[in-house]
Design a protein around this ligand. Sequence first.
Ligand SMILES: [Zn+2]
Length: 61
Amino acid sequence: MKRKACKKCKMFVEGDTCPTCHEAQFVTNWKGRLNVVDANKSEIGKKIGIKVKGEYAIKVS
Ligand SMILES: [Zn+2]
């Protein structure tokens, strides 16, 4: 089964709500994966607005 990503912040979520923005809207139709270890040092992370470390989908639809 494909993992689900938060529609708002694009973080991969295991539970029912996103731990970062507390949204419950997810997409399974995502592309690319990005593991952000340090949000302040990640250029691509800045580009898509990541502020918290974690694993993200690069593109969701
Ligand atoms: Zn989120």
